[in-house]
Design a protein around this ligand. Structure first.
Ligand code: G1P
Length: 292
């Protein structure tokens, strides 16, 4: 049985929805309270028992590499001043996983970004997590682990999905589902960002995938699709026809942090869950909401 030991995080997008912040800073480094969103994604991967991670970066993304690297001066000062709790936080980030990087030289779409991972991945199934999608599962099973458990049974590509509001289907890859068993649906077809009127369902692919390596053959010849970009969804669609695939309706609260409102929702809800901040923040929210 194939085991998944590698994960890929495409983080080369230009972040145009978050300008001007993203002019010089990677959008994946937006803070959710005190952690960059990308760290939450890496933590989900590690909690799902994968330690080999490839981050696909681009220009203006050096702060990503810095975040997961050692900072000797800071570590030294924290040690000298006895701030061992902070030192632990800093060291844990560096020791969490083996992180590799490759640069996508041109912003040619998600499919093209994944193609940049082919030498890292080799001939084995791999996980893909998109930096815009943060999934909170609390004490439950991490989102990626849920997909990996499904992959173990099916041994075919698994798409992480949830149902979205009908009027939002044009933001996502949308699945036409066949036979279903509980949370697992057979995928009949896939379409990238359909019009609201034409969407085959409201089952949306939400930034989590376990993909078999045949995808690279399809990506190599994939023509640009929606938005003039080489779309992962289009290559997956062709692969689905030839090899079959499943969609898994994962449990967890998913935030679209690439969207300003989604980002604000994530920030507020993570702050409300923070044991240190929660009481004070709740009192503040109550105070201002009475004036809204
Ligand atoms: C990408 C994918 C899309 C998926 C979405 C999830 O779109 O192309 O299929 O549903 O992520 O967030 P993007 O949001 O990068 O435009």
């Amino acid at each position: 049985m194939s085991q998944v030991t590698k994960a890929v995080i495409p983080a080369a997008g230009l972040g145009t929805r978050f300008l001007p912040y993203t002019k010089a800073v990677a959008k994946e480094m937006l803070p959710i309270v005190d952690k960059p969103a990308l760290q939450l994604i890496v933590e989900e991967i590690v909690a799902s028992d994968i330690r080999e991670i490839l981050i696909i970066t681009g220009r203006n993304k050096q702060n990503i590499e810095n975040h997961f690297d050692r900072v000797y001066e800071l570590e030294h000062i924290l040690e000298q001043t006895g701030k061992f709790d902070s030192l632990k936080i800093v060291n844990e980030i560096t020791d969490m996983a083996d992180i590799h990087y490759v640069r996508q030289k041109e912003a040619r779409g998600l499919g093209h970004a994944i193609l940049c991972a082919r030498y890292f991945v080799g001939d084995a199934p791999f996980a893909v997590l998109l930096g815009d999608d943060v999934v909170y599962t609390g004490d439950g099973t991490p989102c990626l682990k849920q997909l990996l458990d499904c992959f173990e049974q099916k041994q075919k590509t698994i798409l992480g999905v949830q149902r979205v509001d009908r009027d939002k289907v044009n933001k996502y890859g949308i699945v036409t589902a066949g036979r279903s068993e509980g949370r697992v649906h057979e995928v009949i077809s896939l379409v990238e960002k359909p019009n609201v009127e034409e969407a085959p369902s409201n089952i949306a692919v939400l930034g989590r995938y376990v993909i078999t390596p045949e995808i690279f053959t399809y990506l190599e010849t994939q023509e640009p699709g929606a938005g003039g970009e080489i779309q992962l969804t289009d290559a997956l669609m062709k692969m689905c026809r030839d090899h079959g695939m499943y969609a898994y309706e994962f449990e967890g609260k998913r935030y679209d942090i690439g969207d300003k409102l989604g980002y604000l929702e994530a920030t507020v809800e993570y702050a409300l869950r923070d044991p240190v901040l929660s009481d004070g923040f709740k009192a503040y929210l109550k105070k201002i909401s009475s004036k809204l």
